[in-house]
Structures are given as C-alpha cells and as structure tokens.
Design a protein around this ligand. Structure first.
Ligand code: FMN
Length: 180
C-alpha cells in the first residue's frame, strides 16, 4: 500500500476469512488504532472486547437476525462498547474507533467487516445488544455499538468503482441551486 488514498480505495467489507490466526502484533496494531482514535472532548468512552474463542464466536454469529453470520468463520472479533455516561456522543466516538480498525486492518493486508449491533434485533425482537452483553458478560452500563470481524482475506473483492461516486451529494456553499 503506497498511500492513504489508495488504501481507502481498495478497502471493502470482507465476510470470508481463511483459517489463519492473526499474530499478536496484528491484534495489538488493531487495538492501537482504536485507542488512538479521536473522541469528543477526549473522553474516550469506549471499551474493546477481543474475542477469539470459537464457542463465543459461534454464539456472537447468532446475536441478531441477519448480518452477523460472517463472525462464525472469523478468527477474531473486536467488540466495541461505550459508556453513555462518559459521553453524550458515544455513538460517534465508538463509530470512529470502529472505522479506524477497519482501515488499520486493510493496511495490515487483512480483511474486516463492521457488524452493527446497536438498534439491531433477533428474529423475536430481542435486542442484539442484550445478546452480546449476555454472551460476553458486559456490565449493563455499557452500550454495544458494533463488532469488527477481522482475519486473513478469504476471497478477492474489487476496489470500489469510483465511477459510481455520488458527487451530486456534494454541495458548494449552499444546498440551493443544484437542480438547474
Ligand atoms: C454502520 C455500518 C453497519 C454495518 N453493518 C453490517 C452488518 O451488520 N453486517 C455486514 O455484513 N455488513 C455490515 N456493514 C458493511 C456494509 O454492508 C458495507 O460497508 C457496505 O455494503 C459497502 O460495502 P463495502 O464496505 O465493501 O465498500 C456495515 C457498515 C456500516 C458502515
């Protein structure tokens, strides 16, 4: 990877992983990227739970109705929590940390995918957050924003097609006058 512009161009969500484990250095680099991430007022209200236990990964893969299955074949996930009492913008703070890990994973040549937990439910309507709290023994005061699944890429994905960039969503100085 030569520069950041290229890195964000090739990053895609990876939902298939090889069985190769991550090295300790790779895991530390991922966590560093989260811990270094900016947060409102420097409050860093987040916490991170690293999970590599196969049984727990299997349970997490079923924490919501759909979209979490990929966790089952990931060698490792990092669950992103935050304490709303420490920041009124914990969603943003935790989202930034999640994004940093996705980009760090790509820079390491790894694949990763954001699995949304907040506002997601099981088929019976039970919140995914409750499932994750129960599986990982997370105290009530923490909210669960996301799970970052990460591992060695198990398939190739084409870079984002830049011809499809939605430049029409960009407005200069004012929202008015775009439709002439
Ligand atoms: C807030 C957010 C939540 C997401 N939740 C999930 C999810 O639960 N499961 C999943 O497989 N992908 C999830 N994704 C990945 C998106 O589906 C993916 O980023 C989008 O389709 C664009 O594809 P790309 O990442 O390959 O460019 C999520 C992405 C974001 C930003």
């Amino acid at each position: 990877m030569e520069n950041f512009g290229q890195l964000i161009g090739i990053r895609r969500s990876m939902r298939k992983f090889t069985e190769q484990e991550l090295t300790q250095e790779e895991v530390v680099a991922l966590l560093r990227s989260a811990l270094i991430s900016p947060s409102s007022k420097g409050a860093h209200p987040w916490e991170f739970v690293v999970v590599d236990d196969k049984n727990l990964l299997n349970q997490l893969a079923h924490c919501k109705e759909r979209g979490a299955e990929l966790i089952e074949n990931a060698p490792l996930v990092i669950v992103v929590l935050a304490d709303p009492l420490q920041s009124d913008v914990w969603v943003e703070d935790a989202s930034v940390a999640t994004t940093m890990m996705l980009l760090q994973a790509e820079d390491l040549g790894l694949g990763a995918c954001w699995v949304q937990i907040r506002n997601r439910t099981m088929a019976d309507g039970k919140p995914a957050e409750e499932m994750v709290r129960m599986i990982l023994h997370i105290p009530e005061r923490f909210r669960v924003l996301s799970i970052v699944a990460v591992g060695h890429k198990g398939m190739e994905r084409k870079p984002f097609n830049e011809d499809r960039l939605l430049w029409e969503k960009v407005h200069i100085n004012s929202f008015d006058g775009d439709e002439e």
